[in-house]
Design a protein around this ligand. Structure first.
Ligand code: CA
Length: 431
């Protein structure tokens, strides 16, 4: 068998719509990595860059099996994210995709989690060798929708697995065996959402991999450029082939791009900056964190404490009136419900009640959304709360659907407590 080595290139662009680049990319003689951060603004940059910085520690001589080394590094990266979140709860909910390919001299150990992709171009044929951990991919697997339908599905960017700083969410690990002439492309969804596979195939086959990288990024920008776009490409050549001085990798130096190459590092302060205005909402937060949880949790506890302080200080009536303008979405008897008042577990004190229940069962939500709901999602008004419910990604039951049920119809039998809310709530917390 011909002894192989590869040439490489990494390229990123912030895109046309975003102010920041939350992608990180890395390419060297031993290691190819892409990480697409999410969680909004700085949090996504931190998630992708910190993950990449941990993973690239593998870029050295290893004394263990490459796949074991990669497995350990993924765990270490998750621990690193957990530490950062523990120190700065304002970044909770951040996460990142990860694709890492570690070369052991003969083959790649490959780790994959999320919806960044790895493609292989072999003799002109493009094949996606990673499987997206997305809601739409699960629908494709079940035969419910086609790949073409997935491209335009309203929830196409919803990820089911990502690096989140938890140890219950490992990466898929496998071996990949390249042959001479293979090209591998690792890319963020900023490319694969904008550019169709057959176009990627043509561009990836450009005369050189540097040209291919430039072409692919250009195509993503021409396709709309709504997201950060990052590509990492490797091309297999015979070992001992002279470096091509026209290629950016001819100097043998690693290439680091995107958030990991900038100065984004974990902060010690509060990332929220007190701005809870939904007009500054970053669509990227929707990918894994439908609402910024810790920031609202902080707001919620502050609100509860203010109400308690007002009651103790004799401002009970004012505090009660104010609390009745507050809403949040949480769970009641296993179903999603709108609550009025402020949410707090203070013994002997009830500051909220069910305002409206829905037919949405918690079991029909993704794990992440179920936890969010159980935890409570604050809303600025009742209509905001209902909007939050409308935006939930309700997973349809596996059996064929009868006529589509209304997602948020009011419950037929209201909670008896809700019929006399003011009296009940008032009584509960008058000193
Ligand atoms: Ca992205």
């Amino acid at each position: 068998m011909t002894a192989l080595t590869y040439r490489y290139v990494a390229l990123t662009d912030t895109g046309l719509r975003r102010a920041e680049n939350e992608d990180s990319g890395y390419a060297s003689e031993r290691l190819l990595v892409i990480a697409d951060g999410m969680g909004g603004a700085a949090a996504g940059e931190i998630a992708s860059s910190e993950t990449l910085h941990v993973i690239r520690q593998l870029d050295r001589d290893l004394d263990i099996d490459a796949i074991d080394a990669l497995d350990r590094a993924v765990n270490d990266a998750n621990k690193r994210l957990a530490e950062i979140i523990a120190r700065d709860p304002s970044v909770e909910g951040m996460g990142t995709t990860l694709d890492a390919m570690l070369w052991d001299g003969e083959k790649f150990a490959f780790a994959h989690i999320g919806d960044s992709r790895v493609y292989r171009l072999r003799r002109g044929e493009l094949q996606q060798i990673s499987t997206d951990h997305t809601f739409v991919q699960s629908l494709i697997d079940e035969g419910r929708i086609s790949k073409a339908e997935a491209r335009v599905h309203p929830h196409r960017s919803l990820i089911l697995r990502a690096m989140l700083g938890r140890d219950d969410n490992g990466a898929d690990l496998s071996w990949v065996q390249p042959v001479l002439g293979d090209r591998y492309l690792l890319c963020s969804d900023g490319l694969s959402d904008m550019v169709e596979d057959h176009v990627i195939a043509t561009a990836l086959g450009a005369e050189t991999i540097d040209m291919a990288a430039t072409d692919l990024v250009r195509l993503a920008l021409e396709g709309g450029g709504v997201d950060n776009v990052t590509v990492v490409i490797a091309e297999f050549v015979e070992r001992g082939t002279d470096p091509d001085e026209h290629l950016s990798s001819h100097d043998g130096q690693p290439q680091l791009v995107g958030a990991a190459a900038s100065q984004a590092r974990p902060r010690t302060g509060n990332a929220a900056s007190g701005n809870d205005d939904t007009s500054t909402f970053d669509p990227e937060e929707l990918r894994y964190a439908p609402r910024p949880p810790s920031r609202r949790r902080w707001v919620r506890w502050t609100a509860a404490l203010l109400v308690v302080a007002a009651i103790l200080g004799g401002g009970g009536y004012w505090a009660y009136q104010w609390s009745q303008d507050q809403y949040y979405v949480s769970a009641q008897d296993g179903r999603v419900a709108v609550f009025r008042g402020v949410q707090a577990d203070i013994p002997g004190l009830t500051l909220s009640r069910v305002d409206e229940t829905t037919q949405i069962e918690l079991t029909s939500l993704t794990d992440f959304q179920r936890r969010e709901i159980e935890d409570g999602i604050s809303a600025s008004s009742k209509s905001d709360a209902l909007k939050t419910i409308e935006e939930l990604d309700v997973i349809p039951p596996a059996a064929p659907l009868p006529s589509a049920p209304a997602p948020s119809a009011p419950a037929p039998a209201p909670d008896p407590a809700a019929t006399t809310p003011a009296a009940a709530t008032d009584a509960a917390w008058r000193p």
